[in-house]
Write a protein of this length. Structure first.
Length: 420
């Protein structure tokens, strides 16, 4: 027998009204920050006998034991079991943690995997909110939303720093790598269907992402495998299959099937999109792109900026300024939102020549994508250490300096045809 949990037993309110709530440094009791200390969030599929349903364990200090304003480690492992559960569903459930934790009054959550950040406000702490209540929320929401596959659920939350380090490095990262490797073996050509995602229509009513093995959703959080799992979990939900039988143009990634799908899921707002071009019918952007690329006319190339980058780009625009031109679910040729992992893809702007158009990226982003990007450049063009040819903020923040740098490095974009 399955019981629907409607009430969450925590000392503060739980409602979607709190999702947008921001907790400023001065209002915060404690924070957890995966970019500074070891953190992780993980769903782990277990055998039925390994799990005690609704058991919530905290290993390490509670909020009371943490210093006011301190930065701490946290790692939560949500163990699930059920006869219809599949490991492919794990990342889809994990992705919902962001919503669940954000719905808690006085608690804020961003990021995912081992890079999440959580703040607990002074008010929530004063109301008696504790770490174990995060477990309570995760338990009840996972049981609620995923009752088709999760029969039993147990939550272990680690706050002991040594345990968090162990969970992150010995448990979570190997699992994340395994998932990424599985995806890396898939190509757009090797699958029969792509997936639409309309999760963002709540904010961007006409926006549709078309998710393929080599092009993940622009939020960076929905891979083709995730979209597939989402579709299996909820056949009438946000991710629908798109066939790819009627090719219009292979280079552009244009398909009649894809066009029909975006027409349908955008309620007619969109006529057609291509998968591999930023100039011709590019995919639309909502607001949650990890990165934006935009054409840089002096070098025949493109500049990419990531959300975390606060500085200036050689386009004379900051990330927010680029974002204001790109978002809202409309097509803006020459500008495109995308996920970080798309940068190393063989399908990145394939129609315009591919990754050899990339002339500038913030240093941090360049380092983050270097391994994959360099491997792709080697494979496609025979270029070694391609990232060394790409400018960053330490090299240039204006087009003249950038072009001089690219010329010195012999960057291939300079020899390509102008994009407009
Ligand atoms: Fe889905 Fe795209 Fe929104 Fe990501 S950005 S949640 S893939 S619609
Ligand atoms: Zn979005």
């Amino acid at each position: 027998i399955k019981i629907k949990i409607t009430n969450v037993d925590i000392p503060v309110a739980f409602a979607s009204a709190f999702e947008g709530e921001i907790i400023r440094r001065g209002d915060m009791q404690v924070e957890f920050d995966g970019s500074r200390v070891d953190c992780a969030e993980l769903v782990h599929t277990c055998e039925m006998t390994e799990i005690e349903d609704h058991k919530i364990t905290v290993v390490g200090p509670e909020v009371d034991d943490m210093e006011l304003g301190s930065k701490n480690s946290i790692a939560y492992v949500v163990k699930v079991a059920g006869k219809n559960m599949q490991p492919d569903f794990e990342p889809v459930i994990e992705r919902k943690f962001h919503n669940y934790i954000n719905c808690i009054e006085g608690v804020y959550h961003t990021g995912q995997r081992d890079m999440q950040r959580i703040r607990i406000s002074k008010d929530a702490f004063a109301a008696g909110f504790k770490i174990k209540h995060i477990g309570e929320v995760l338990y009840s929401q996972v049981k609620n939303e995923f009752d088709a596959v999760v029969d039993k659920c147990e939550v272990v939350i680690y706050t002991d720093p040594a345990e968090c380090t162990r969970i992150r490095h010995e448990v979570a990262i190997p699992i994340f790598n395994k998932r990424d490797d599985r995806l890396a073996t898939l190509t757009d050509e090797s699958v029969d269907v792509y997936y639409s995602c309309i999760l963002c229509q709540a904010f961007s009513p006409s926006h549709v992402c078309v998710v393929t093995p080599e092009r993940l959703g622009l939020c960076g959080a929905v891979s083709w495998l995730d979209a597939k799992a989402t579709h299996q979990l909820d056949p009438n939900g946000p991710c629908q299959e798109i066939t790819k039988e009627r090719v219009i143009d292979e280079e552009l990634g244009a398909y009649e099937d894809v066009n029909e799908a975006v027409q349908k899921y955008s309620q007619g707002a969109l006529e057609k999109v291509t998968l591999y071009s930023i100039m011709q019918d590019p995919m639309t952007s909502c607001g949650c792109f990890e990165c934006i690329c935009g054409i840089e006319p002096f070098s025949n190339g493109v500049v990419i900026a990531n959300r975390e980058y606060a500085g200036m780009t050689p386009l004379g625009m900051t990330f927010p300024e680029m974002a204001s031109m790109t978002g809202g679910g409309v097509q803006t040729p020459g500008f495109m939102g995308h996920g970080k992992h798309f940068i190393g893809s063989k399908k990145f702007m394939k129609a315009e020549g591919g990754i050899e158009r990339i002339v500038w990226m913030p240093k941090e982003l360049k380092e983050f994508v270097a391994d994959r990007l360099n491997a792709t450049a080697k494979e496609l063009y025979g270029i070694d250490n391609f990232t060394d040819m790409i400018g960053d903020e330490t090299v240039a923040e204006d087009p003249e300096t950038l072009v001089a740098f690219l010329t010195e490095k012999g960057h291939p974009a300079l020899g390509l045809e102008p994009m407009m």
